[in-house]
Design a protein around this ligand. Structure first.
Ligand SMILES: C[S@@+](CC[C@H](N)C(=O)[O-])C[C@H]1O[C@@H](n2cnc3c(N)ncnc32)[C@H](O)[C@@H]1O
Length: 423
């Protein structure tokens, strides 16, 4: 059946579906972006729908504040989501206000059109919402960041939420200068390539030949800090979707990549196939994996609240819940204990999380060291791997905050340990 919607409304209807998915649960946006319904749109409509949703999620705090100022009570679903998308178009995309109003009202169910029209016009008349950093993050997260890092740092973190990041890539062969030339990329400290292009990465030079993969400059650090040598045995626990597996394999290590999710592990295998690299892969719970081998180096990039990834995934901010953190901390501790047993005497272990929450980083390491007398911190050195100097804590671990480098980077915590050699 043909859609009854006019062409101008198709992309906006898709944006509504995406926004609802993004706010329903973690991972909902990614799923909706790969759904058949979204993929059936023209590339232009897909691009517009995605841009509207990302602009909305990056300013959800200021948008909701402006709406709450004008709404006497919560309007029936899907009014708020429609209003959010309409305001994002009018205030932050180049959509003329009249077009944002007309299309938003047309998408509303008939009984809600009067209300949506009145509220939208009212908020537009009040002018640009206040986008100060203090309104960009969910209040409970901002309160945590204030407690952990202080007022100035917390606001600097939050200010990054509104900014659209460039795309970072890791080259398969860091010594090949032609990749940066072909992509007109900037080469950052450590070798990450930063690209200002937009659109489908699969159409960019070198993708089909597997000469690079998308990976934030902070996400490239944990594997880099293991300094693996060709032929070393390396275990990548919690490996999917596989950016770090590719780095370790590209360095010439004999890599074993484990992930609990068979579906996500398929993405690791697809990355390996595209880049022509190889690794052994296993779908297993890393805490209970019965393999008894010990490895020269182990990387545990643990499941976490992912609050550090809001630059590309602003939906994480709005799906995270305070109650998630204690259960993640427990899981990380279990995985760390399992990872430790798989490191050979004298071998090294890197623990990382893309979280800004100190329970998942600093506190986890302190607990690990007191539970594992066989392990000592192997302090990261200033500038090692291309990490910003400001991110290096006096203890020797990295606490990367999103504003620690020009153009931003994902928030990460990274610590490196060495297992004592056998006596
Ligand atoms: C932060 S992501 C890893 C990202 C990956 N290292 C990369 O660079 O692409 C965490 C991963 O942990 C996996 N995971 C969660 N619990 C696990 C468990 N108990 N054992 C193994 N993998 C697990 C998830 O499926 C997810 O793929």
């Amino acid at each position: 059946m043909n859609s009854p919607l006019a062409p101008a409304l198709l992309a906006r209807e898709a944006a509504l579906v995406l926004l609802q998915a993004a706010l329903a649960r973690r991972g909902g946006l990614d799923e909706a972006l790969s759904a058949a319904r979204y993929m059936a749109l023209s590339p232009q409509d897909r691009g517009f729908a995605r841009a509207v949703v990302m602009a909305t999620l990056r300013r959800l705090g200021p948008i909701d504040r402006a709406l709450d100022d004008k709404l006497k009570k919560e309007p029936p679903t899907p009014s708020r989501d429609l209003l959010r998308l309409g305001l994002a178009q009018a205030f932050w995309l180049d959509t003329p206000a009249f077009a944002a109003v007309d299309t938003t009202v047309s998408l509303a169910p008939k009984p809600l059109r009067g209300l949506v029209n009145a509220v939208l016009r009212n908020v537009l008349r009040a002018g640009q919402p206040d986008e100060s950093a203090e309104f960009l993050a969910p209040p409970w997260l901002l309160a945590r960041w204030r407690a952990a890092y202080g007022e100035t740092e917390a606001l600097a973190i939050a200010a990054q939420i509104a900014l659209e990041p460039a795309t970072d890539l890791s080259p398969r062969d860091p010594a090949d200068p032609t990749i940066a030339e072909d992509l007109e990329a900037e080469t950052l400290d450590g070798g990450t390539l930063r690209v200002d292009r937009r659109g489908d990465v699969a159409t960019w030079p070198g993708f089909a030949e597997g000469r690079w993969w998308v990976q934030d400059r902070a996400a490239a650090l944990p594997a880099r800090l293991l300094h693996v040598m060709p032929g070393e045995s390396v275990l990548d626990l919690c490996a999917a979707p596989g950016g770090k597996t590719l780095q370790l394999a590209a360095a010439g290590a004999a890599v074993t990549a484990v992930d609990k999710s068979a579906g996500r592990l398929r993405r690791v295998n697809a990355g390996l196939a595209r880049t022509g690299l190889s690794a052994e892969t296993a779908a297993a719970d890393a805490a209970a994996w019965p393999d008894t081998r010990q490895f020269d180096a182990v990387l545990l990039d643990a499941p976490c609240s992912a609050t550090g990834t809001f630059r590309r995934h602003p939906d994480v901010l709005w799906n995270a819940r305070p109650s998630d953190i204690p259960s993640l901390v427990q899981l990380q501790a279990k995985l760390l204990a399992s990872a430790a047993g798989r490191v050979r005497p004298g071998g090294r272990l890197v623990y990382s999380v893309c979280s800004l929450e100190t329970e998942e980083g600093e506190a986890q390491v302190t607990d690990f060291l007191s539970a594992q007398p066989d392990f000592a911190l192997d302090p990261i050195l200033p500038g090692e791997g291309g990490a910003p100097g400001v991110s290096l804590a006096s203890e020797g671990w990295l606490r990367l905050l999103p504003h620690h480098a020009e153009g931003g980077l994902d928030g990460f915590f990274i610590a490196r340990f060495r297992r004592r050699a056998a006596a």
